[in-house]
Design a protein around this ligand. Structure first.
Ligand code: CA
Length: 224
């Protein structure tokens, strides 16, 4: 996951950056609105964290300009002032969520995850990687043109990996997407299903697409 912080206070930005990097998030930072807008407009970010009070172009104008330019990257607005009007203004400008400062890091991380989940659910269909294709509407899976039969859970797992577009997905996010629990069940459920999916999707093919990302989770991608 890649995230952009637009925040003029270096201390706050550094604190956020550190906390997010320990969560496995790749973090870019801009300390002003103009540059933040330019970076965000180039795309490639999964979430933008935008402070409202910025020198030059403020956070609200940044989000308005971004949306006017057709960029739909989820935005979480941050503000020192947690007043209702600002919240409404932020959401009106095209932000997806709003978090008043000071906030708990755990809450911010939960909201980032929820934004990423929401936006990946809205991505277009069908999905493909190399010779593997997945049609979400019919749940049809093919590799090399050959039909692969998956159970409903296996198919949800494959879809969840597909929608991450090559990024690693944590065990916790897999559990949430496939079983609907918002906590790690602490069992080997994920490993069992990954093994089943590998048997069906990868075993008979020279190129293995389901990769283990040690200490983090799993990714569906071509080997570099
Ligand atoms: Ca500020």
């Amino acid at each position: 996951m890649r995230l952009l912080i637009v925040e003029d206070e270096p201390k706050t930005a550094a604190l956020l950056g550190r906390a997010l990097r320990t969560e496995g998030v790749e973090v870019d930072w801009s300390d002003n609105g103009e540059q933040g807008l330019e970076m965000a407009s180039q795309g490639g970010f999964d979430v933008l964290l935008v402070d409202i009070m910025l020198p030059g172009l403020d956070g609200l104008s940044l989000v308005r300009a971004l949306r006017a330019g057709g960029i739909a990257t989820p935005v979480i607005m941050l503000s020192a002032r947690g007043e209702v009007e600002q919240r409404v203004e932020g959401l009106d400008a095209g932000a997806d969520d709003y978090l008043p400062k000071p906030f708990a890091m755990s809450e911010l991380i939960a909201r980032i995850r929820s934004q990423v989940r929401r936006s990946t659910l809205q991505k277009p269909i069908p999905l493909s990687l190399g010779d593997l294709t997945f049609e979400p509407a019919t749940r049809e899976v093919r590799r090399g043109g050959q039909r692969i039969e998956l159970s409903p859970r296996e198919s949800l797992l494959l879809e969840c990996l597909f929608r991450a577009e090559g990024d690693a997905v944590t065990r916790r996010d897999i559990i949430s997407a496939v079983w609907g629990y918002d906590f790690d069940t602490g069992t080997n459920l994920v490993e069992v299903y990954i093994r089943r999916l590998r048997d069906k999707v990868d075993r008979d093919f020279p190129e293995k697409l389901i990769q283990t990302v040690r200490g983090f989770g799993y990714a569906l991608r071509l080997r570099p």
